[in-house]
Design a protein around this ligand. Structure first.
Ligand SMILES: NC(=O)c1ccc[n+]([C@@H]2O[C@H](COP(=O)([O-])OP(=O)(O)OC[C@H]3O[C@@H](n4cnc5c(N)ncnc54)[C@H](OP(=O)(O)O)[C@@H]3O)[C@@H](O)[C@H]2O)c1
Length: 288
């Protein structure tokens, strides 16, 4: 079955193939990129090719990625949904440091507003930092209540969660409306299978980060084999698998190159048969 190419996110109809802007900062997401002109060109081409969902954070750089988005795309078209995140700050050495106090979160929202050139942020994800590398239980009630206050003040329109457990999602939904969940998930890393299906039932977007494996690109002989037979690249097949996995999955592959951007966006047109899906599903079964 082929799902719709669009999904409702925070009241907007967005194309499910979006773009993640983290790769536009320098190495290790710290400092400026090698080629700022290419970064701007990537963003403009993404939007020209129909992307209307961009994921970012002011801590990318820090500030660099948002400044580049502003330079490339401001004033933004009405249908563009920019999703950002708060909950961490960067150390002088580039470390990712939890930043969950009311003061931290408020400052972070203002940093995003200023550097993106916006009066209100459409969607802000609270990025859980109990464990930087993966979801870990712990109460998010206080920081979520701060974001709900900022929403009431008109600085934020919608709230999402990132790096969270199913319990944190359920608890969060008792505090405010949660419009999206952004966790690490891809062809070989699938702890959220049940969560994705539950969110789909409730019309909530699931936005996998590291859809291509992130800093360690996905590698699998089965994936390469399928790609060869389809005349596609392994990265395209990995994205097409996510596209077919569930209707509420919004893709935000990151790239700093227009060549890769075009390749990634074209993956939404790739049709995967049930046989191919079964072969790809077996990759994760084999890896666990
Ligand atoms: N919430 C969170 O905690 C969190 C964490 C990480 C990321 N994110 C978000 O998720 C987005 C996606 O994650 P990501 O960018 O880290 O990882 P990703 O999309 O899994 O992979 C990006 C890497 O793949 C390469 N790549 C992209 N397209 C390619 C292609 N067609 N062929 C070969 N290589 C390709 C990129 O290099 P090139 O630049 O050379 O193309 C880059 O090294 C980020 O941009 C960010 O917005 C969120």
């Amino acid at each position: 079955m082929r799902y719709s190419d669009t999904f409702k996110l925070a009241g907007h109809t967005v194309r499910r193939m979006g773009y993640g802007a983290m790769q536009l900062a320098g190495p290790n997401v710290f400092g400026p990129p090698k080629d700022r002109g290419e970064a701007i060109a990537v963003l403009r081409e993404a939007v020209a090719l129909g992307v209307n969902h961009i994921d970012t954070a002011d801590i990318y750089g820090p500030h660099v990625t948002n400044e580049i988005i502003r330079e490339a795309l401001h004033p933004y078209s009405d249908d563009l949904v920019i999703v950002t995140k708060v909950g961490a700050r960067r150390g002088d050495d580039g470390a990712w440091i939890p930043a969950f106090s009311r003061e931290d979160l408020t400052r972070s929202v203002h940093d995003n507003l200023r550097n993106l050139g916006l009066d209100v942020l459409e969607v802000v994800n609270l990025r859980s930092m109990f464990d930087t590398h993966g979801p870990k239980e712990g109460s998010l009630d206080e920081p979520l209540s701060v974001l709900a206050d900022l929403e009431r003040q008109g600085l934020i329109r919608h709230i999402g969660l990132s790096n969270v457990t199913p319990k944190q999602v359920a608890d969060g939904r008792r505090i405010c409306e949660i419009v999206c969940v952004q966790n690490l998930y891809n062809l070989v890393h699938r702890p959220d299978d049940a969560l994705i299906d539950a969110l789909a039932g409730d019309g909530i977007a699931y936005v996998p980060f590291f859809p291509l494996g992130g800093f360690t690109p996905l590698q699998s002989s089965a994936l390469s084999d399928v790609a060869r037979r389809l005349g596609a690249t392994p990265m395209q097949v990995a994205l097409a698998w996510l596209y077919r996995r569930a209707p509420n999955i919004l893709l935000i592959p990151g790239t700093s190159s227009r060549t890769h951007l075009r390749e990634n966006l074209a993956a939404s047109a790739l049709t995967l048969s049930d046989d191919v899906m079964a072969k790809l599903n077996a990759i994760s079964e084999g890896s666990s």
